[in-house]
Design a binder for this molecule. Structure first.
Ligand code: ADP
Length: 197
């Protein structure tokens, strides 16, 4: 089974490409979705987060106040590292479980949709690394227009991530999503052909 890492900066269209690959029948492991699932009410990861960042983060129904956690965890590099030390191993373990399940199911390939793939050096575990690339200014425009982020927030989030040149340097395949969505389709079709080979 081929492991295909799919990554890109926030707002690059990574999820859009992942959806196209899922529609084409590929198994997709979504790291953001796992990150949410490991902090569902009652989970051991959520307990640990509450111990480290404050029990008041958990509401009466057991749900996490994500906004407040983000405020506390992104207040400094040190706090961010503390949160990552709790969540990253759990995300990694669950991702590995899903890769193994895909292998057991006989999938020829599994796509790992992971924003921090290159940031965390996980691209080295992949057979193919695909980077979706869009210029920063266009990503800011799309994040403001479609996700309702304000411009300063969009820029702050982009700044927290790896820079585009370093990410692209790790790519085996670069998908250019600076153009309209229609321009993605032929590039994704070509990727699919590569994956079938
Ligand atoms: P990511 O997962 O990389 O953060 P998304 O796939 O969610 O990015 O895309 C960010 C936003 O930009 C979404 O609202 C998406 O529909 C939109 N988008 C993606 N590709 C294009 C494109 N080529 N032109 C315009 N908008 C796009």
């Amino acid at each position: 089974m081929k492991k295909v890492g799919l990554t890109g900066g926030i707002g690059s269209g990574k999820s859009t490409v992942a959806r196209m690959l899922a529609d084409a029948g590929f198994a997709v492991v979504d790291a953001d979705q796992i990150a949410r699932e490991i902090m569902e009410p009652g989970s051991p990861v959520l307990d640990e987060v509450a111990r480290e960042f404050g029990a008041d983060l958990i509401g009466p129904g057991g749900a996490l106040n994500r906004g407040e956690l983000a405020r506390r965890a992104f207040a400094s590099r040190e706090q961010t590292a503390r949160l990552n030390a709790i969540t990253h191993p759990a995300i990694r373990a669950e991702s590995e479980r899903r890769f193994a399940a895909a292998a057991v199911a006989g999938e020829p390939a599994v796509v790992y949709d992971m924003p921090l793939l290159v940031d965390l050096g996980l691209d080295k575990d992949m057979d193919l690394t695909v980077v979706v690339d869009v210029d920063v200014e266009e990503r800011v425009r799309r994040l403001v227009a479609t996700r309702g982020l304000d411009e300063a927030d969009a820029r702050a989030r982009i700044k927290q991530q790896l820079d585009d040149d370093t990410r692209k340097a790790a790519a085996d395949v670069i998908i250019d999503n600076n153009g309209p969505k229609e321009a993605l389709e032929p590039q994704v079709r070509e990727l699919i052909e590569t994956l079938k080979r």
